[in-house]
Design a protein around this ligand. Structure first.
Ligand code: G3H
Length: 265
């Protein structure tokens, strides 16, 4: 009998454990990513129990970068100066194709992730060239992004991006919205499409995060419909007045933490 590789065994185990309609094993919990613009907001998010601190400047677009000085300060506080039981991981938004490559070399090696937006990458070839142009420290993993509203961002569909992630042997994908105009992820992608995407990602051991102006009731409803990504990403809904350029609110982060950390319904 042919032996199976660790990767194949992982896929089999995950497939067997998955419920019939879920992209994630029943009973497992999703991580919570919160986008923050500075250290003050980062402290609030950590107090609320966030898993991934994602540094970005919300007033300048979907994935605009913070000043790289903020990244350095985050390392001092949340890596070098953190208590031993602190498990928060750091992520940097690098903007879109016009800034991604240049900023990538400035990401500190202590970060876990960096993400770059695909706007303007209207073909698979252009998108792969963007990913290849990113020069991150070896310890930092690129998180490819797909936009649910891909036409307005002049890029390819989320399904096509997931295919390329799989074909190119990458392991992560964030689905977000490009236009922050009040419409949310589910205004662009049906629940069935989201469930199919999560299932496809799971079958190929691709870690998937869902974001895009999500509101807490909407996220709960997606979970109850069997859409269980590895991670939920949020900014606007955890800010005062749900205004994504406002300040992060501890109670709102805590509410998201409780909801994302609950087992499958
Ligand atoms: O990466 C996740 C995004 O920061 C989500 O932001 P948003 O909830 O304001 O769309």
């Amino acid at each position: 009998m042919e032996s199976t590789s660790p990767r194949q065994r992982l896929v089999l185990a995950r497939t067997e454990a998955r419920s019939t309609c879920s992209g994630k094993a029943s009973g497992s919990v999703s991580k919570l990513l919160v986008s923050v613009r500075d250290l003050g907001e980062a402290r609030v998010a950590v107090s609320g129990g966030v898993d991934i601190l994602d540094f970005k400047e919300p007033s300048r677009g979907a994935l605009a970068a913070c000043d790289p000085c903020v990244w350095k300060s985050a390392v001092s506080e949340f890596v070098d100066g953190a208590p031993a039981d602190c498990t928060v991981r750091l992520s940097a938004a690098l903007g879109e194709s016009d800034t991604g490559a240049d900023l990538s070399s400035l990401v500190p090696p202590e970060f876990s992730f960096a993400k770059v937006g695909p706007s303007g990458c209207s073909t698979a070839k252009k998108l792969m060239e963007l990913w290849e142009s990113v020069r991150l420290p070896q310890s930092v993993e690129l998180v490819p992004v797909a936009y649910a509203d891909h036409l307005v961002a002049d890029t390819i569909s989320v399904e096509r991006v997931l295919d390329i992630v799989i074909e190119s042997g990458r392991h992560r994908l964030l689905i977000d919205t490009f236009g922050k105009d009040g419409r949310t992820l589910t205004d662009h992608l049906s629940i069935d499409r989201l469930r199919a995407l999560a299932n496809m990602a799971s079958e190929h051991s691709v870690w998937i995060a869902l974001a895009g102006s999500l509101r807490l009731p909407e996220m709960r409803s997606l979970m109850s419909e069997g859409v269980r990504p590895d991670c939920w990403g949020v900014r606007g809904d955890v800010c005062d007045q749900r205004e994504r350029t406002g300040r992060i609110n501890l109670h709102k982060v805590t509410a998201w933490r409780k909801a994302t950390g609950s087992p499958a319904i």
